[in-house]
Design a protein around this ligand. Structure first.
Ligand code: UTP
Length: 293
C-alpha cells in the first residue's frame, strides 16, 4: 500500500524556546540556513509522501508561507542575477502539496492528530514530529513505510535504543521480535518508566505510520497524563485491536525541541555540510583551546 499523506503537528507552544517563540514558531527557527520544519518536510518528500498536513495554531502562518511560492522574491533575485538563490526559493515553493488544519486548543498530541481526520480520510498515514530530526541516507519515514509494507501494512512506531538509565524520559515499547533485532510486534507502550520497570530500552521519538483506525480511538479516549489527549494512550488501544509494530530505525536523532538537542544538531549539521564542515571544525578547535576544555 502506498502511503501518500503525512501529518506534521506544529500547534505546540514551544515554551522551551521562549522568548524566541513569543513571535516565531519554534519550527521556523533555523538550523544553519533552513528552518527546522524544512528538514522534516524534506524527509517526508524523500520518503515518497505527496501531501503534507500541518496541524497549526494561531501565529503559525509563516510555516505555510515558507512552503508557498514567493514571486516577488523570485523576481527580485532574478533581476539581480542571483540564479542560485532564485532556484532554491522556487524549489521550496514547489516541494510538495501543503494543507493545513487548525487545532484551536492545544489539548495534546493525540488531539492534534485527530484534527487531521477529515483530511486523511480512510488511508494509512505517516506522522512526523518536526522537532525530532533524524539524519540517515535512507529517510526514517521511508524505513517505517517499508517496514509496514513488509508486515501486512500494519501500523509502525519508529523506535531507537537508549541507555537503560534514560528510559524515564521516553515512551518505551514492549513486544516480540518478528524481524531479528529490527522489528517487534508491539504489545504495549509504557510512558516514561523508571529503568527498573522498563520492559526494554526501545524509545519512541516522533515517527509513526498509523492506520486510520486510530481516529475512532482518539475520539473516545479520556484525557491522560498532564490533562492532555495522549497519542500513546490511543496507540496502546490500537495495539490490542490491530497489528502494530515497533521498528528500530537507522540514523542519528536530535531532539531539536530542546535547547541541548538544537545546539548539537547545529554543530552536527554544519559538520555534514561540505561548505561549512571546515569552518565548524576550526571553530570547535579554537573554542576547545580558548575555554581550556
Ligand atoms: P512538545 O511536547 O514538544 O510541545 O510537542 P511544544 O509545545 O512543541 O514545546 P514545549 O514543550 O512547550 O517546549 C511535541 C509536538 O507535538 C505538537 C508540537 O507542535 C510538537 O511538534 N503538539 C503538541 C501539537 O501540535 N498540539 C498539542 O496540543 C501539543
Amino acid at each position: 500500500m502506498k502511503i501518500k499523506k503525512a501529518v506534521i503537528p506544529v500547534a505546540g507552544k514551544g515554551t522551551r524556546f521562549l522568548p524566541a517563540t513569543k513571535q516565531i514558531p519554534k519550527e521556523m527557527i533555523p538550523i544553519i540556513d533552513k528552518p527546522m520544519i524544512h528538514y522534516a518536510v524534506q524527509e517526508a518528500v524523500d520518503s515518497g509522501i505527496e501531501q503534507i498536513i500541518f496541524v497549526t495554531s494561531s501565529g503559525k502562518t509563516s510555516i505555510e508561507d515558507y512552503f508557498d511560492r514567493n514571486m516577488e522574491l523570485e523576481g527580485f533575485l532574478e533581476k539581480n542575477g542571483k540564479e542560485n538563490y532564485r532556484s532554491l526559493i522556487e524549489n521550496i515553493g514547489k516541494m510538495t502539496e501543503v494543507l493545513t488544519v487548525r487545532q484551536k486548543e492545544q489539548l495534546g498530541l493525540g488531539h492534534a492528530i485527530l484534527c487531521a481526520k477529515e483530511l486523511i480520510g480512510d488511508e494509512t498515514f505517516a506522522v512526523i514530529l518536526g522537532d525530532d530530526l533524524v539524519i540517515d541516507s535512507n529517510p526514517v519515514t521511508k524505513q517505517l513505510i517499508e517496514c509496514s509494507q513488509r508486515n501486512d501494512n500494519g501500523s509502525v512506531i519508529g523506535v531507537m535504543e537508549v541507555p537503560p538509565s534514560d528510559t524515564n524520559k521516553y515512551g518505551i515499547v514492549d513486544g516480540q521480535y518478528v524481524e531479528e533485532n529490527k522489528t517487534l510486534k508491539m504489545d504495549r507502550m509504557v510512558e516514561k518508566p523508571e529503568p527498573k520497570d522498563a520492559p526494554t530500552n526501545l524509545a519512541t521519538p516522533g515517527r509513526y505510520i498509523l492506520s486510520p483506525k486510530i481516529f475512532k480511538i482518539l475520539e473516545e479516549i479520556p484525557k491522560g497524563v498532564g490533562g492532555e489527549y495522549q497519542l500513546t494512550d490511543a496507540i496502546n488501544i490500537l495495539a490490542k485491536e490491530d497489528k502494530v509494530f515497533a521498528h528500530i530505525f537507522e540514523g542519528d536523532r536530535f531532539d531539536t525541541g530542546s535547547i541541548k538537542g538544537y545546539l548539537e544538531a547545529t554543530v552536527e549539521f554544519a559538520l555534514r555540510r561540505e561548505e561549512y564542515s571546515d569552518v565548524m571544525k576550526d571553530i570547535l578547535k579554537r573554542k576547545v583551546k580558548e575555554h581550556g576544555l
